[in-house]
Ligand binder design. Sequence first.
Ligand SMILES: Cc1cc2nc3c(=O)[nH]c(=O)nc-3n(C[C@H](O)[C@H](O)[C@H](O)COP(=O)(O)OP(=O)(O)OC[C@H]3O[C@@H](n4cnc5c(N)ncnc54)[C@H](O)[C@@H]3O)c2cc1C
Ligand code: SF4
Length: 382
Amino acid sequence: MTSLEDFADWADGRRGALRMEAFYRFAREHHGVLLDGRDPAGGRWSFDTEKREPPPKDGRLDVPAPPMPKEDDIDAEVRADLDRWAREGIRFTGRDGPRRFPATAREARARLRHFLRHRLTAFGRYEDAMVSTDPWLAHSLLSSSFNLGLLDPVEAVRGAEQAYRLQGAPLAAVEGFVRQVMGWRDYLWHTYWYFGKGGRDSNELGARRSLPDWWRDLDADAVDARCLRDVLAGVRDRAWVHHIPRLMVLGNYALQRGWRPAELVEWFHTRFVDGYEWVMTGNVVGTSQYADLGRTTTKPYVAGGAYINRMSDYCGGCRYDPHQRLGEDACPFTAGYWAFLAGNRSRIPASARMARTLKQLSRLGDLDAVVAQEKRRGSDPP
Ligand SMILES: Cc1cc2nc3c(=O)[nH]c(=O)nc-3n(C[C@H](O)[C@H](O)[C@H](O)COP(=O)(O)OP(=O)(O)OC[C@H]3O[C@@H](n4cnc5c(N)ncnc54)[C@H](O)[C@@H]3O)c2cc1C
Ligand code: SF4
């Protein structure tokens, strides 16, 4: 929505000390979105604190599933071409299945209309929840349409504002969606170009390990950890999982293991339906791997099993225990969390939040044993 020139004017005035929240506020004012006079609708720029609810107990959101595109002769031709290439030796990852994402502007518009009418109301509230039986929840599934140029983000933002003003959609949900589209999406696009391809080669934590084959091949069946198994299977079967599985399961696991950010960017880029280098760089190198030491985000997104346990229904049926960091039942995320902090404590810039965590770390009597256990685990599937 924001032009390159307007972004540069805004960013130059801040001498490189950029934050998404400040850009988002600038963009809302500049484009006159969700404003009452000069003030933000509802009196606040962000309703972020009102989201992040865990999934409902029965795992069901009261919203209809997104309608899927109807395949036609062109789909059949494309599938035949892909099958032929596979027979001729071209190697693909992922599994064939029905097409789930729009391939024409018409399909993209239909998906937007359905989302605004039936699913937007639940967007903010459960944005961070993960449910094993429902990969879509209330997400819009519009990223590939925006990125392919099938749908104008301006149309989506204006449509969401209209849903608030005319159809009574809750402001927190609408603001949450608008922030993702004209805030995060635009911010990552602009910082990529503004900083000269966004620092895609940054590796400030010095991560040196290569991605293992089971990860590269999306071999979900090799994995016991229920959350990671389900999310990898989602990438294999749909080329899409929502933001939190990308950040807090896939990215978190890779960060803990010290995998090279550039390899991870390439992996995300080629495995996801919405993958583009400009958007992967900010999300993977910056937000998820903290490889730019805080230019994109204020803290590393690293977490143990307790987070996944709170925000999903995965842990109940898992052979690991999210509360254990040592021993046979140790959750790989919990153990990996402490091992990561132990290995990177001198590299992570100090902040009040990190100081608390590092104090906890220094009190762990079994830290050496946890680190040794994680070294032994190496790059085997958990
Ligand atoms: C490690 C990692 C990799 C990612 N890679 C990509 C990618 O290659 N392509 C991509 O489009 N998004 C990427 N994202 C951002 C986000 O996860 C996806 O845009 C979102 O999950 C797509 O699903 P959706 O359309 O249902 O989004 P919704 O949850 O419905 O959000 C609405 C829209 O907001 C935009 N948006 C939301 N969050 C972001 C974000 N962090 N960055 C940019 N745009 C955002 C998208 O256009 C999205 O369609 C990545 C996030 C992470 C943590
Ligand atoms: S116990 Fe750990 S590995 Fe298992 S589902 Fe929970 S977070 Fe994932």
